[in-house]
Design a protein around this ligand. Structure first.
Ligand SMILES: [Zn+2]
Ligand SMILES: [Zn+2]
Length: 130
């Protein structure tokens, strides 16, 4: 975890390490606000800006990814590999969806366009809410 921060040129402060620790193996796709609220009791001086800056740096460095599925908040996933997500309309939880939609190498030229990425999201109801 220290190495991740070092690679990004970030100092391994206790706050940043706590953010990383909270993300590790986390499959709930937490939002920056959720991460902030969980850590705030232990780190009273923590600011939401610090949480955002750390998450953005980690995402830019390809160590985590930002999930653009829930327009009401920015969520983050410690798994940087491309995979599909499912948003439950009722409980608003985000799950990894085990589905193979496209077999398409990106980046790739398609006609006049140079395609560097794509976003496909799924939504509906989870088993608890159905
Ligand atoms: Zn649900
Ligand atoms: Zn995910």
């Amino acid at each position: 975890m220290n190495d991740m921060l070092k690679k990004l040129g970030l100092r391994a402060t206790p706050q940043r390490l706590a953010i990383l620790k909270l993300l590790q193996g986390n499959t709930a796709h937490p939002s920056a606000e959720e991460i902030y609220n969980k850590l705030k009791p232990d780190f009273p001086s923590l600011s939401l800006t610090t949480v955002y800056n750390t998450l953005e740096s980690l995402a830019e460095g390809g160590m985590i990814q930002e999930i653009r599925i829930d327009c009401s908040r920015r969520r983050f996933d410690p798994n940087p590999q491309p995979h599909y997500h499912f948003l439950c309309n009722k409980c608003r939880r985000v799950f990894d969806l085990d589905i193979n939609l496209i077999n398409f190498d990106i980046p790739k030229q398609v006609g006049d366009f140079w395609v560097e990425g794509c976003f496909v999201n799924f939504y509906g109801y989870c088993m608890d809410c159905k």
